[in-house]
Design a protein around this ligand. Sequence first.
Ligand code: GDP
Ligand code: IMO
Ligand code: MG
Length: 425
Amino acid sequence: MNCCVVGLQWGDEGKGKVVDILAENSDIVVRYGGGANAGHTVIIGDTRFALHLMPSGSVRRGTVCVIANGVVVDPAVLLEEIDGLSEKGIGIDDRLLISENAHVVLDYHKAEDKLREASLGADKIGTTARGIGPCYADKTGRSYAVRMADFRDMDALREKLKKIVAYKNTLFGALYGAEPIDADELYARCRTYADRLVGFVTNTTRFLHESIDDGKNILFEGAQGALLDIDHGTFPFVTSSNSTALGLGPGCGVPAQMVDKFIGLVKAYSTRVGSGPFPTEQDNDIGNLIRERGHEYGTTTGRPRRCGWFDAVAVAYSGRIGGVNEIAMMHLDTLAGMKELKICRAYRIRGEETTFFPCDATDLADAECIYEDMPGWDGDLSQVRDFGDLPKTTQDYVRTIEDIVKIPVTIMGVGPKRSEVIFRG
Ligand code: GDP
Ligand code: IMO
Ligand code: MG
């Protein structure tokens, strides 16, 4: 059974938790997109893991972890993560594979991300400053790219870095008056990265296809959320990769036909970090309450997340374009205690009603939400393990979303811990 988990909102839906749960029955867990902009939380007992590049299944000792070609790898972050896991008694030395085709995030990418955002002022995207956009730009630009395979030939990499750093220094100096980057220093750091990482570098596409032929169970872990997709999200307030389920094929070379199930992740409400349209946003006491109850602060940057009502128009769109078969809905517990809840079932844009999510930022900024009012529920849901044992109003809330989105909700989160989950038959 091969399964893919993807976010259907603006990221942070709880992918880390669900991947950790599903990884119990997986032989291999694969990250196929994004980079250290991702922050995936896994909580086991009293230990909290915040993973940025390592697949969330890595905390399960038996799983093989693959970082596929679609990921942009920051070696400094990855090594820190490997060491962090090792300090917690989780060794990955004999079970990590990194694609030779994965692109490498280096200092000049992170510098450019910060310099560009600062220069944009109020028009900034609100990136995570992890160098993601500049690295993917070098990937598609081709001439100044560094891939994991380059760590195999350090003499050639030294020459390559000289050329790239000269180019970046000219550019950043002229555009931003930035201090030059020292190519020798960068090369010295790359030597350390190569020494520690080159042994993991391989052809992951071949490995995945051989594993499929051997009947292994593979779990594919999406990063970000569909509405941040470079092609299908709320451009330009998006990330630089295909974060819908559509990113799977290019991200690891395994076509959707070889995946048995796509599970789309949502929260029982909506959140967004960074700039960009957010039709159901509650920039008021309601949003503040959700933020405090749900601990809605960024796993990667610590920024407070913008919070709002569940947007069924948006989720119907991302579920449909991603070919999602089932939905996992996290944070039902977070909404407990709120008297009334709202689910957005349509938009009115300049007088016209629509149920099809428009990606266009102007249309979304003009979108007036048409809500379904729902009664709330009280009490601690964290011990509930059967859908039928949830309060009637919680069940109605889930069913109303299923009716609008037209995808069944099969997994529900009732707390942050591994065990705080409901599977619905
Ligand atoms: P990801 O990026 O999709 O992996 O999500 P993050 O880890 O960035 O953010 C999700 C947050 O919600 C984390 O702090 C999780 O521990 C937490 N979480 C996940 N599922 C639930 C749930 O069902 N209830 C509650 N209260 N917290 C949850
Ligand atoms: P996970 O995998 C939430 C957002 C940033 C910003 C935009 C572009 O944890 O769900 P980038 O650094 O990618 O150029 O930033 O995308 N963003 C995320 N928001 N969760 C994420 O990942 C995100 N990754 C990027 O906040 O608005
Ligand atoms: Mg996150």
